[in-house]
Design a protein around this ligand. Structure first.
Ligand SMILES: [Zn+2]
Length: 49
């Protein structure tokens, strides 16, 4: 995946110099970035019977 149009946040959150709560790259809230990580990292539990 390269050069995709992400709806909002960028790949990684970078604390802004002026606004630490905002990202210096996309100027979005840190929460938006955290969500991305959570979505990507999903623990898949395989039940063996
Ligand atoms: Zn960002």
């Amino acid at each position: 995946m390269a050069g995709g149009k992400t709806s909002g946040s960028c790949s990684r959150f970078q604390a802004n110099i002026f606004n630490r709560n905002k990202c210096q790259n996309c100027f979005k809230a840190r929460e938006l970035h955290l969500q991305n990580e959570l979505e990507m990292e999903q623990p898949q539990e395989e039940t063996q019977g």
